[in-house]
Ligand binder design. Structure first.
Ligand code: RBF
Length: 170
Protein backbone atom coordinates (compact mmCIF):
# COMPACT_ATOMS: atom_id res chain seq x y z
CA UNK A 1 0.00 0.00 0.00
CA UNK A 2 1.50 3.32 -1.07
CA UNK A 3 1.13 6.23 1.31
CA UNK A 4 2.09 9.53 -0.20
CA UNK A 5 3.82 12.31 1.66
CA UNK A 6 4.73 15.94 1.39
CA UNK A 7 7.74 17.08 -0.61
CA UNK A 8 10.22 18.66 1.77
CA UNK A 9 11.68 22.10 1.25
CA UNK A 10 15.41 22.48 1.72
CA UNK A 11 14.90 24.62 4.76
CA UNK A 12 13.07 24.21 8.03
CA UNK A 13 11.47 27.16 9.75
CA UNK A 14 12.50 28.61 13.07
CA UNK A 15 9.77 28.11 15.63
CA UNK A 16 11.42 30.00 18.46
CA UNK A 17 9.04 32.94 18.12
CA UNK A 18 5.94 30.88 17.32
CA UNK A 19 3.03 30.09 19.65
CA UNK A 20 0.97 27.02 18.82
CA UNK A 21 -2.22 25.58 20.28
CA UNK A 22 -3.08 21.94 19.77
CA UNK A 23 -6.70 20.99 20.18
CA UNK A 24 -7.54 17.32 20.04
CA UNK A 25 -10.59 15.11 20.19
CA UNK A 26 -10.69 12.30 22.77
CA UNK A 27 -12.16 9.56 20.57
CA UNK A 28 -9.72 6.78 19.57
CA UNK A 29 -7.40 7.69 22.40
CA UNK A 30 -4.37 5.56 21.52
CA UNK A 31 -4.14 7.13 18.06
CA UNK A 32 -4.77 10.65 19.35
CA UNK A 33 -2.17 10.34 22.10
CA UNK A 34 0.47 9.30 19.59
CA UNK A 35 -0.40 12.08 17.12
CA UNK A 36 -0.32 14.72 19.85
CA UNK A 37 2.97 13.38 21.20
CA UNK A 38 4.54 13.45 17.71
CA UNK A 39 3.30 16.96 17.11
CA UNK A 40 4.64 18.31 20.40
CA UNK A 41 7.99 16.55 19.96
CA UNK A 42 8.49 18.05 16.50
CA UNK A 43 7.36 21.52 17.57
CA UNK A 44 10.05 21.49 20.25
CA UNK A 45 12.66 20.24 17.76
CA UNK A 46 11.77 23.22 15.56
CA UNK A 47 12.46 25.57 18.44
CA UNK A 48 8.96 26.21 19.75
CA UNK A 49 9.26 26.83 23.49
CA UNK A 50 7.30 24.51 25.77
CA UNK A 51 5.66 27.54 27.33
CA UNK A 52 4.38 28.49 23.85
CA UNK A 53 2.58 25.18 23.31
CA UNK A 54 -0.99 24.95 24.62
CA UNK A 55 -2.88 21.66 24.58
CA UNK A 56 -6.66 21.53 24.93
CA UNK A 57 -9.21 18.80 24.23
CA UNK A 58 -12.78 18.43 23.04
CA UNK A 59 -14.99 15.34 23.37
CA UNK A 60 -15.01 14.33 19.70
CA UNK A 61 -13.96 15.52 16.26
CA UNK A 62 -17.31 17.19 15.67
CA UNK A 63 -16.44 19.64 18.45
CA UNK A 64 -13.08 20.65 16.94
CA UNK A 65 -14.28 23.77 15.05
CA UNK A 66 -15.93 25.24 18.15
CA UNK A 67 -12.80 24.48 20.14
CA UNK A 68 -10.65 26.19 17.51
CA UNK A 69 -12.92 29.25 17.44
CA UNK A 70 -12.84 29.57 21.20
CA UNK A 71 -9.06 29.08 21.47
CA UNK A 72 -8.49 31.72 18.81
CA UNK A 73 -10.43 34.20 20.93
CA UNK A 74 -9.00 33.28 24.31
CA UNK A 75 -5.33 32.50 23.63
CA UNK A 76 -2.53 34.45 22.05
CA UNK A 77 -1.46 31.89 19.44
CA UNK A 78 -0.09 32.01 15.90
CA UNK A 79 -1.47 28.69 14.65
CA UNK A 80 -3.86 26.01 15.83
CA UNK A 81 -3.44 22.31 15.10
CA UNK A 82 -6.79 20.49 15.19
CA UNK A 83 -6.30 16.77 15.76
CA UNK A 84 -9.01 14.13 15.52
CA UNK A 85 -9.47 10.60 14.32
CA UNK A 86 -12.67 9.51 12.61
CA UNK A 87 -13.06 5.83 11.82
CA UNK A 88 -15.83 4.70 9.53
CA UNK A 89 -18.53 2.64 11.21
CA UNK A 90 -21.78 1.06 10.08
CA UNK A 91 -23.80 4.26 9.89
CA UNK A 92 -23.42 7.61 8.13
CA UNK A 93 -21.84 9.49 11.04
CA UNK A 94 -18.40 9.28 9.51
CA UNK A 95 -19.45 11.01 6.30
CA UNK A 96 -21.42 13.77 8.01
CA UNK A 97 -18.80 14.54 10.64
CA UNK A 98 -15.85 14.36 8.21
CA UNK A 99 -17.40 16.77 5.77
CA UNK A 100 -18.79 19.23 8.30
CA UNK A 101 -15.56 19.42 10.29
CA UNK A 102 -13.31 19.65 7.23
CA UNK A 103 -15.35 22.50 5.79
CA UNK A 104 -15.41 24.42 9.05
CA UNK A 105 -11.71 23.98 9.74
CA UNK A 106 -10.93 25.31 6.28
CA UNK A 107 -13.20 28.36 6.41
CA UNK A 108 -12.55 29.37 10.00
CA UNK A 109 -8.97 30.30 9.16
CA UNK A 110 -10.13 33.33 7.22
CA UNK A 111 -12.34 34.48 10.11
CA UNK A 112 -9.84 34.10 12.92
CA UNK A 113 -6.81 35.16 10.87
CA UNK A 114 -4.69 32.23 11.99
CA UNK A 115 -3.65 29.09 10.15
CA UNK A 116 -5.54 26.00 11.27
CA UNK A 117 -3.67 22.81 10.56
CA UNK A 118 -5.85 19.93 9.40
CA UNK A 119 -4.96 17.08 11.69
CA UNK A 120 -8.11 15.09 11.16
CA UNK A 121 -7.57 11.48 10.15
CA UNK A 122 -10.57 10.12 8.24
CA UNK A 123 -9.95 6.41 8.06
CA UNK A 124 -11.84 3.44 6.77
CA UNK A 125 -10.31 1.14 9.39
CA UNK A 126 -8.71 1.54 12.79
CA UNK A 127 -5.51 0.00 11.42
CA UNK A 128 -5.28 2.81 8.85
CA UNK A 129 -5.44 5.29 11.71
CA UNK A 130 -2.81 3.43 13.72
CA UNK A 131 -0.46 3.39 10.71
CA UNK A 132 -0.78 7.18 10.32
CA UNK A 133 -0.11 7.71 14.00
CA UNK A 134 3.16 5.79 13.82
CA UNK A 135 1.74 2.87 15.77
CA UNK A 136 2.46 0.18 13.16
CA UNK A 137 6.21 -0.11 12.61
CA UNK A 138 7.24 0.22 8.98
CA UNK A 139 3.86 1.51 7.83
CA UNK A 140 3.45 5.23 7.17
CA UNK A 141 4.66 7.40 10.03
CA UNK A 142 3.38 9.75 12.70
CA UNK A 143 1.51 12.51 10.88
CA UNK A 144 1.56 14.63 14.01
CA UNK A 145 5.17 15.38 13.06
CA UNK A 146 4.07 16.83 9.71
CA UNK A 147 1.39 18.93 11.35
CA UNK A 148 3.97 20.51 13.65
CA UNK A 149 6.12 21.42 10.66
CA UNK A 150 3.10 22.79 8.86
CA UNK A 151 2.09 24.93 11.87
CA UNK A 152 5.52 26.54 12.12
CA UNK A 153 5.90 27.10 8.37
CA UNK A 154 2.41 28.59 7.98
CA UNK A 155 2.91 30.89 11.00
CA UNK A 156 6.29 32.16 9.84
CA UNK A 157 5.41 32.58 6.15
CA UNK A 158 1.75 33.55 6.14
CA UNK A 159 0.61 34.33 9.69
CA UNK A 160 0.97 38.06 9.42
CA UNK A 161 -0.75 38.37 6.01
CA UNK A 162 -3.65 36.16 7.05
CA UNK A 163 -4.12 38.15 10.22
CA UNK A 164 -4.28 41.43 8.28
CA UNK A 165 -6.77 39.92 5.82
CA UNK A 166 -9.09 38.77 8.61
CA UNK A 167 -8.90 42.15 10.37
CA UNK A 168 -9.70 43.98 7.14
CA UNK A 169 -12.90 41.93 6.89
CA UNK A 170 -12.20 40.64 3.36
N1 RBF B 1 -15.68 11.30 17.21
C1 RBF B 1 -14.42 11.09 16.77
O1 RBF B 1 -13.56 11.93 17.01
N2 RBF B 1 -14.09 9.96 16.08
C2 RBF B 1 -15.01 8.99 15.74
O2 RBF B 1 -14.64 8.00 15.12
C3 RBF B 1 -16.35 9.21 16.17
N3 RBF B 1 -17.30 8.32 15.84
C4 RBF B 1 -18.58 8.55 16.22
C5 RBF B 1 -19.59 7.63 15.87
C6 RBF B 1 -20.91 7.85 16.27
C7 RBF B 1 -21.94 6.87 15.88
C8 RBF B 1 -21.22 9.01 17.04
C9 RBF B 1 -22.63 9.27 17.49
C10 RBF B 1 -20.24 9.90 17.39
C11 RBF B 1 -18.92 9.69 17.00
N4 RBF B 1 -17.92 10.58 17.37
C12 RBF B 1 -16.64 10.39 16.93
C13 RBF B 1 -18.20 11.70 18.30
C14 RBF B 1 -18.55 13.00 17.61
O3 RBF B 1 -17.39 13.58 17.01
C15 RBF B 1 -19.12 14.01 18.65
O4 RBF B 1 -18.23 14.14 19.72
C16 RBF B 1 -20.48 13.59 19.20
O5 RBF B 1 -21.37 13.23 18.18
C17 RBF B 1 -21.11 14.70 20.06
O6 RBF B 1 -21.30 15.89 19.28
Amino acid sequence: MAISGRAKEDQTYDGSGVKVAIIHARWNEEVIDSLVEGCIRRLKELGVHSSNITVESVPGSYELPVGVASLAQEKDVDAIVAIGCLVKGDTMHFEYISEAVSNQLMSIQFKIGKPVIFGLLTCLTYDQAKARAGLIPGQAHNHGVDWAECAVEMSVKFGSGLNKLARSGN
